[in-house]
Ligand binder design. Structure first.
Ligand code: HEC
Length: 138
């Protein structure tokens, strides 16, 4: 009754050692990368824009971090600011996120209504579902 059988007893075994090779075995590298490249997203309201527009800006840049996948990155894995939301062909796992810049979305038939519907349901205007990490995100 509640006794610790063979499977419940502790095992005496040293933890395996870390096996990261240079430069990843140096934590300062990560600190430096962060200090140089990580920026807090600017989500503050822009004067003269509507409440809905500013709410969208806050969601896209902040909470939903759409740019994390839809903005291409340079060799240092930093996002290319000048190409915000221009798409990223090199996502981990082989995913590709297309451009979601307004002109490109319009050209592919997206409207405010069908995009809102797709983000709520995962169903795109052509009846297909978002694939890859976008499907998981929704
Ligand atoms: C985790 C990565 C990731 C994030 C974060 C992300 N997306 Fe995506 N998105 C993708 C991928 C990958 C695809 C391609 C999906 C496919 O091939 O079916 C995609 C596809 C899309 C498409 C379809 C484009 C088209 O014409 O086919 C839209 C629109 C879109 N994303 C909008 C957004 C918005 C808006 C956000 C933020 C709310 C966002 N995504 C955040 C990865 C992401």
């Amino acid at each position: 009754m509640g006794g610790r059988g063979a499977t419940g007893s502790a095992v005496e075994q040293a933890a395996p050692s870390h096996e990261l090779s240079f430069p990843f075995n140096h934590r300062w590298g990560m600190k430096l990368w962060r200090a140089v490249l990580i920026r807090t997203p600017r989500t503050g309201a822009i004067d003269g824009k509507s409440l809905a527009w500013n709410r969208g800006r806050e969601l896209v840049r902040g909470a939903a971090h759409c740019g994390a996948c839809h903005t291409p990155r340079n060799l240092a894995v930093a996002r290319l600011i000048g190409a915000a939301f221009a798409g990223n062909e090199d996502l981990p796992g082989g995913d590709k996120a297309p451009s979601i810049q307004p002109g490109d979305l319009k050209a592919r038939g997206w409207t405010v209504e069908n995009l809102a519907f797709a983000l709520r349901t995962g169903v795109m205007p052509d009846g297909d579902a978002f694939g890859g990490s976008m499907g998981e995100l929704v």
